[in-house]
Write a protein that binds this ligand. Structure first.
Ligand code: CP
Length: 314
């Protein structure tokens, strides 16, 4: 049974949707403390000593996977990284059989990325380990939204009342779904823009404003979050050409001149340079894209610590 020592209500982090504003604030505050650990000469604390974390990445990843591995090592956990390639998954073993076999070796936490929405929940319902969603299909990517929020709060000092415009391939993005849940819970103002073919119908029901053009979206924005065009999730292009996409929804230096002075430009990565964002903007003075990556380690340390500590208290 979960005890009062557990600061998060669930043993798992499956998405932002089930979290309360207080839980989000707790994770961000905890991450603030952990950011300092990464700036020390000896970047390690003993918080998860003796705990085993398995990273089960069944879909490609650079940032999330490396960031979780670093976070686990900085917390002194034992870690093991597992991918479909080279495993019995290639012989047809199912996800649940794979997970149950891994569970037989007593991990305390499993971090999972999977192409199917709901795969982390399926494991969470069946396994005693804490399950952390590292991205499931087009459903959620909770630690990405948490690191985005951490970066905004660090720069602007708050989330409430901040104008965040998210631009691009809304339909295929788990990042946008988690960000909408988080930002609206924390009372930020969210505006979306993108090609109509990549904008889900009735997305306004999630508490966001939808505009038709990139110029309209960036006007008055404190934060511009560009999304990757997810070519791998589109059977065929949902717009006439990549050149036309860039001409209509690409963030160029010329377009950025219309934005507020000091606007933050964000992107979860990986970027399609010259499609959704120009290199001069991605590498320019308003970009916080690499700071997002740095902050990802502290945020993932916080999530692992809060779930791992709770697990030990059970
Ligand atoms: N932002 C993000 O999830 O990047 P990766 O796919 O490289 O993990």
């Amino acid at each position: 049974m979960r005890t009062q020592t557990s600061a998060l209500r669930s043993k798992d982090l499956l998405g932002i949707e089930p979290l309360s504003p207080e839980e989000i604030t707790l994770i961000l505050d905890t991450a603030e403390g952990f950011k300092e650990v990464s700036e020390r000469p000896v970047k390690k604390v003993p918080a998860l000593r003796g705990q085993l974390v398995i990273n089960l990445f069944m879909e490609a990843s650079t940032r999330t996977r490396v960031s979780f591995e670093i976070a686990e090592k900085r917390l002194s956990a034992d870690t093991l990284s597992f991918s479909a390639s080279g495993s019995a998954v290639e012989k047809g073993e199912t996800l649940i059989d794979t997970a149950q076999n891994l569970m037989a070796m007593a991990p305390d936490m499993i971090v999972i990325r999977h192409k199917h929405p709901g795969a982390p929940k399926m494991l969470a319902d069946r396994l005693p380990a804490s399950i952390i969603n590292a991205g499931d299909g087009a459903h959620e990517h909770p630690t990405q939204a948490l690191l985005d929020a951490f970066t905004i709060r660090e720069k602007l000092g708050r989330l409430q009342g901040v104008n965040v415009s998210i631009i691009g391939d809304i339909s295929h993005s788990r990042v946008v779904r988690s960000n909408i849940h988080l930002l609206t819970k924390m009372k930020a103002n969210v505006t979306l823009a993108g090609p109509p073919s990549l904008m889900p119908v009735q997305i306004e029901r999630m508490g966001v404003r939808v505009v038709n053009s990139l110029n309209e979206a960036i006007e008055g924005a404190d934060v511009i979050m560009m999304l990757r065009v997810q070519l791998e999730r589109q059977g065929k292009l949902s717009f006439p050409s990549l050149r036309e996409y860039y001409n209509t929804f690409g963030l160029t230096p010329e377009r950025l001149r219309r934005a507020k002075e000091g606007v933050m430009v964000m992107h979860p990565g990986p970027m399609n340079r010259g499609v959704e964002i120009a290199s001069d903007v991605a590498d320019g003075p308003y970009s916080v894209i690499l700071e997002q990556v740095t902050n990802g380690v502290a945020v993932r340390m916080a999530v692992l610590y809060l779930l791992g500590g709770a697990h030990m208290a059970e």
